[in-house]
Design a binder for this molecule. Structure first.
Ligand SMILES: [Zn+2]
Length: 411
């Protein structure tokens, strides 16, 4: 494999796909089933055919390019990511993974490999949820988590349904939707990190250990309203002072826990919210994330204890858990294979957790899934400044190529 050639090819794909935007000069805006989707789709399908893959779409418009294996009816080793974007996003979130997958397949063909298990490149729709909401639509649909009726009922902000939008760009919503997951042997996804860790460490590859769990708590503090001028300090039950005390100490809880645990208060509502009234009621959010469930549970417990510790006469506290999503560990075997191949190729790597959800997270419940991250310049994503080095994408292609050779039992 010649790195320079591979890098050029990757740059060409990224540049070409980035031109399919509804907001030229103002970042990538590629909503699902839009004209920009169609142009990108045609580009991806064209490259799949050029690289010798058999092209197919499903009833969601997910694109598959298959390189047959010699074993009859054997499950595929799938590589890919999504190709939609947020409004005014960047050129790498999603396409980096699709482009890497295309180049892995190209290497199989160029090197005349004969896999026993098929290799399949996948380009998924509507991961961001920017048009129909919710997100992860292509992968959730593929595994059967999004039923026919639910899919048909989804509408964009203009009232256009998924089916109408598909037909508009010539897609066929009556094609099979749910995939028999027995037909997938493994799933590999490359994604940009969308954070600052790899860049700061100057490491080109992150092997994703887990997709972090997410907990949202809602904390309510009740005190006693009063006149800001006439209520003496020792007679006050100020709900905001109590809340501020708690919020100021939350970061310590995550720092003590370590292992990448993070905690955030992003929303705070103060009642009655008047400059001359002592606040009697405060509600705020606490968002807790970590790659290990144990860490998440510990921090939830410590947060509850901290909140209740400010209860005293006149101050009442309560904590409600609004959301709990378990952290998802990616497949152990694939993780070690990715590390082994990075070492063999002398590519520096480190373990990392993903702070955001990805298609691999959905697929990891149904098949052996593995993920690689590459650095994001200045940690930026979902903005026109989003940038990653195509040399890092090329490195990931090398690791996936070697890993896919093992998984497909190619010779
Ligand atoms: Zn993405």
């Amino acid at each position: 494999m010649r790195l320079v050639e591979l890098k050029e090819s990757i740059e060409h794909h990224i540049k070409q796909i980035s031109e399919y935007t509804a907001t030229p000069g103002k970042g990538t805006t590629r909503l699902t089933y839009s004209q920009e989707d169609l142009k990108t789709r045609n580009y991806i399908k064209g490259k799949m055919r050029e690289y010798g893959l058999e092209v197919r779409e499903d009833g969601f418009g997910n694109i598959f390019g298959k390189l047959e294996g010699t074993l009859k009816d054997a499950p595929s080793v799938m590589v890919g990511s999504h190709f939609d974007s947020v409004p005014h996003g960047g050129s790498y979130d999603g396409p980096a993974g699709v482009v890497a997958a295309l180049e892995v397949a190209a290497l199989f063909v160029k090197n005349n490999l004969t896999p026993k298990y098929p290799l399949e490149v996948v380009a998924l729709v509507e991961e961001e949820g920017a048009r129909f909401g919710g997100g992860l639509m292509g992968s959730r649909g593929m595994v059967g988590l999004l039923g026919e009726e639910e899919f048909q009922n989804l509408r964009d902000t203009n009232g256009i349904s998924t089916v109408e939008a598909m037909v508009e760009i010539g897609l066929d919503p009556s094609l099979p939707k749910k995939r028999d997951m027995k037909t997938i042997k493994a799933f590999l996804e490359l994604h940009i990190e969308q954070g600052p860790i790899l860049e700061e460490k100057e490491i080109p590859i992150g092997v994703v250990e887990a997709i972090v769990g997410l907990t949202q708590l809602e904390v309510t503090i009740k005190g006693q309203a009063g006149h800001a001028g006439t209520t003496p300090m020792d007679r006050r039950a100020d709900a905001l002072v109590a809340a501020a005390n708690i919020i100021g100490r939350l970061p310590e809880l995550a720092e003590e826990e370590g292992e990448g645990t993070v905690i955030t208060t992003g929303r705070l509502n103060v009642y009655p919210n008047g400059a001359n009234v002592i606040p009697d009621h405060v509600v705020f959010s606490v968002d807790i994330r970590s790659g290990k469930e144990e860490n998440v549970l510990n921090v939830i417990e410590k947060t509850k204890n901290l909140v209740h510790s400010v209860s005293k006469s006149g101050i009442q506290t309560s904590v409600e858990q609004l959301l709990y999503i378990q952290p998802k560990e990616l497949n152990r075997g694939i993780r070690s294979l990715l590390k082994e191949k990075s070492e063999a190729l002398e590519i520096p790597y480190c373990s990392i957790n993903s702070g955001a959800g990805h298609d691999a997270m959905v697929l990891s419940d149904y098949t052996d899934a593995g993920m690689l991250f590459i650095p994001s310049k200045n940690g930026l994503s979902h903005c026109p400044e989003e940038w990653s080095d195509s040399e890092d994408i090329a490195r990931a292609v090398g690791i996936f190529y070697e890993t896919a050779k093992i998984l497909t039992e190619a010779e």
